[in-house]
Design a protein around this ligand. Structure first.
Ligand SMILES: [Zn+2]
Length: 415
């Protein structure tokens, strides 16, 4: 008993000492972080940001350029006139790896979905094949690093919406053989795999029985599971079932947009991090700011539906422009970094990255992040807030590549 008491005392004293030491360290280190770049002018920080972007891998986990280019063909190896992505602007922004999305609209049937997958993957391969001095496919993190060393832009195929899998998990092997790195389980409609957070029809209360099979097969094949667009229940179930980390390729924090289920609540951010996954922050203004969200919902759900005028038509763009004079529609880089900060404060630096959703967020880009030339603006804001270069590299690509590596390693161990 005596011994136990004295042991407790020692532990207590040690705790006090440890606590005091931690406190002193915090007092010393925290202001040091805040003032890491104290004395540097904005101009100097902007130059630092550009240098970081020019010299490191920047990977964006969700760019919808293939669908955009199929709809409105232009050559992405040069400067395009429309859209958010091309090689010229990517180079300016330091972007050198893009998850190139084969997006499958929820209204497509299985056949049309599969035809669209083939078309978009062919388009991605076309650039790797015909511009070998500019682009290359990347099928794993080592390829991304190798391409970066050779100054080649990494095109990484992925699939948004698992509906073309139909009732056949065997189709996943075909997708893996096509180089698909991740599959977003569903899009804006509940499908045969899982419930969608944009759909009131929650017929599976999360994953369907087929969805559970799909998760297991994706683990076995080393395809990353993307839960952006899935309901909260789906995400919890996927996390429970998956042997590998799970990712959100283009979702932000619900903390800033209460009620917007397309963003992740703190509980899920913590659960994804606990499973060693990653949350890639979406740049869409309505993902970042609740007032922007409310105003875009008006434009889409009320104005577009009642007038039957497409918001992306000239008339729609003109109306959006007028409406935007009196209503906040556009977020900015500071708000993107608020979301990054929020995730870092919740779970640490190792679980956050960039999934802009360029070419998929219509005209709702933040005012100072209009296209893929904009990554230095985010890095500037991170530097201003005291992020170290080491941590910025994790956000720009390190975290995503770590998770991708883990997913492939787990698949190897299962086969
Ligand atoms: Zn999406």
């Amino acid at each position: 008993m005596k011994i136990q008491k004295s042991v407790l005392k020692v532990v207590f004293i040690r705790r006090i000492n440890l606590k005091s030491i931690l406190l002193i360290l915090l007092i010393v280190i925290f202001p040091a972080c805040k003032s890491r770049f104290k004395g540097k002018s904005d101009e100097e920080l902007r130059q630092m940001a550009q240098k970081i972007c020019d010299n490191n891998i920047i990977l964006d986990s969700h760019i919808d350029w293939p669908e955009w280019i199929i709809d409105s063909p232009e050559d992405i190896s040069g400067r395009t006139t429309k859209g958010d992505f091309d090689l010229v602007r990517a180079k300016k922004g330091g972007l050198n790896a893009a998850l190139s999305v084969a997006y499958i609209n929820s209204v497509y049937g299985v056949d049309k979905g599969r035809i669209m997958i083939d078309s978009m993957l062919n388009l991605v391969r076309y650039y790797a094949k015909n511009y070998p001095d500019k682009f290359a496919l990347a099928l794993n993190p080592a390829d991304v690093r190798k391409n970066f060393d050779k100054k080649l832009f990494s095109l990484i195929p992925c699939l948004e919406n698992g509906s073309p899998i139909s009732d056949n998990p065997g189709y996943l092997k075909f997708l893996k053989d096509q180089g698909i790195a991740y599959i977003t389980l569903c899009h804006n409609k509940t499908n045969q795999i899982s419930d969608s957070n944009f759909d009131q029809d929650r017929k599976w209360y999360g994953l369907s029985p087929l969805g559970s099979e799909v998760i297991k097969e994706m683990n076995r094949l080393g395809i990353m599971i993307d839960i952006s667009h899935s309901t909260d229940s789906t995400v919890f179930q996927a996390l429970r079932l998956s042997k590998a980390p799970v990712i959100a390729t283009h979702s932000s924090c619900r903390y800033f947009t209460p009620g917007f289920e397309r963003n992740l609540p703190d509980t899920l951010i913590k659960a994804i991090a606990k499973k060693n996954g990653v949350i890639m922050v979406n740049f869409g203004s309505f993902f970042l700011d609740s007032i922007c969200m409310k105003n875009w919902i008006y434009l889409y759900d009320k104005w577009q539906d009642s007038t039957k005028i497409d918001l992306s038509s000239k008339e729609g763009i003109d109306f959006t422009h007028e409406y935007g004079k009196t209503h906040k529609l556009y977020s900015d880089s500071k708000q993107v970094v608020n979301h990054i900060d929020h995730i870092v404060k919740l779970v640490g630096i190792d679980y956050v990255g960039i999934g802009s959703d360029y070419d998929g967020i219509e005209n709702a880009q933040p005012s100072d992040l209009l296209d893929v030339s904009s990554y230095p603006v985010i890095v500037f804001e991170l530097l201003k807030r005291g992020y170290s270069e080491k941590d910025i590299k994790k956000i720009l690509s390190g975290n995503f590549l770590r998770v991708w590596n883990d997913v492939l390693k787990i698949a190897d161990s299962m086969n």
